[in-house]
Design a protein around this ligand. Structure first.
Ligand code: CUA
Length: 316
């Protein structure tokens, strides 16, 4: 079961502005709805009791003008407040806020079928499906796609933005307070579109710096017997052809970087919680958990899978 996905609990100034717009439009719609249903109700209930037929009205210039101008003003007002918000949000990536409000690293997020690649600034290392940001600062996110159109959506923090092959799109991510914010791919992108989830971890700036320092570190060398055996399998079977492990000869970028895979919250873009047992299930046959994903079933023996798990858990 994926975690709950709150779309109406804004936790950033941008999400709050969208929420306020929604409430304004909903409010005025509710008032109009109440007036119209009230008039219908009155016509039915009161009209039924009347024995004399009401006098027919054949056109009233004043009423015609009133119900032409009234709705026009309402529609123009909704248009104006929506356009103002859209223009503000679109302008954000081009207009830099004061330097002390921006986080140092720009995020580069790439959509893949069906996971998210996350890079910080010019760093060589890559995270997958988990984005860490400092609270109280704006972080610029550059979005590109490796294959088809995806859509990046963290409703508590920012608007949706399409992720399009051959194009760079930008948004700012900002969280007012520490927490974990759920993200989804919001554009149908193939049969595992539903398992292309991600999470944004907003940390206090001090915690963020600490996390950032640890995130780029190279893998530790395994020492336990089964972990060493797992390392051998990793580099002699096909794992090395698609994945990177920092500080080793594995540098492929087709699949996620596995250096710190053991510290992640989920596997397979949110398909299962991350634990040694679930990592075992995943490596044993990813297709059973996420049919159609790019990682094939390598038909590894239980013993080999167990050694691989020992290796991946030990290098973290
Ligand atoms: Cu990626 Cu839907």
């Amino acid at each position: 079961m994926p975690p709950s996905f709150p779309v109406l609990q804004p936790e950033s100034p941008e999400a709050q502005a969208m929420y306020d717009l929604l409430l304004s439009v909903l409010g005025i719609s509710a008032i109009i709805f109440a007036i119209v249903t009230g008039l219908i109700w009155r016509a039915i209930v009161v009209g039924r009791k009347r024995v004399d037929l009401p006098e027919q009205e054949f056109g009233s210039e004043r009423k015609e003008i009133f119900w032409m101008i009234g709705p026009t003003i309402i529609v123009l007002w909704i248009f104006a407040i929506s356009a103002k918000l859209i223009l503000t949000m679109n302008a954000i990536p081009q207009v830099d806020p004061p330097a002390d409000q921006i986080a140092d690293a720009e995020l580069h997020v790439t959509g893949h079928q069906w996971w998210w690649e996350i890079r910080y600034g010019d760093s060589k290392w890559m995270a997958a499906n988990e984005i860490h940001i400092p609270t109280g600062k704006k972080i610029r996110v550059k979005l590109t796609s490796a294959d088809v159109i995806h859509c990046f959506w963290v409703p508590q923090l920012a608007r949706k933005i399409d992720v399009i092959p051959g194009r760079e799109n930008y948004i700012w991510l900002e969280a007012a307070k520490p927490g974990v914010y759920q993200g989804r791919c919001a554009e149908f992108c193939g049969n595992q579109h539903a398992w292309m989830n991600f999470q944004v971890f907003a940390l206090d700036p001090a915690d963020y710096s600490q996390w950032l320092a640890g995130a780029g570190t190279a893998a530790t060398k395994p020492t336990a017997t089964d972990a060493v055996a797992g390392e051998k399998i990793f580099f002699t079977q096909t794992c090395v052809n698609c994945h990177t492990i920092q500080g080793t000869a594995a540098v492929a970028t087709i699949g996620p970087d596995l250096t710190h895979v053991a510290s992640r919250d989920t596997l397979g873009g949110g398909a299962i919680k991350n634990s040694p047992d679930n990592l075992h299930r995943w490596l044993k046959n990813p297709q059973a958990i996420k049919p159609g994903c790019k990682m094939p079933d390598f038909k590894l023996t239980d013993e080999h899978v167990q050694q691989l798990v020992a290796y991946l858990e030990s290098i973290n």
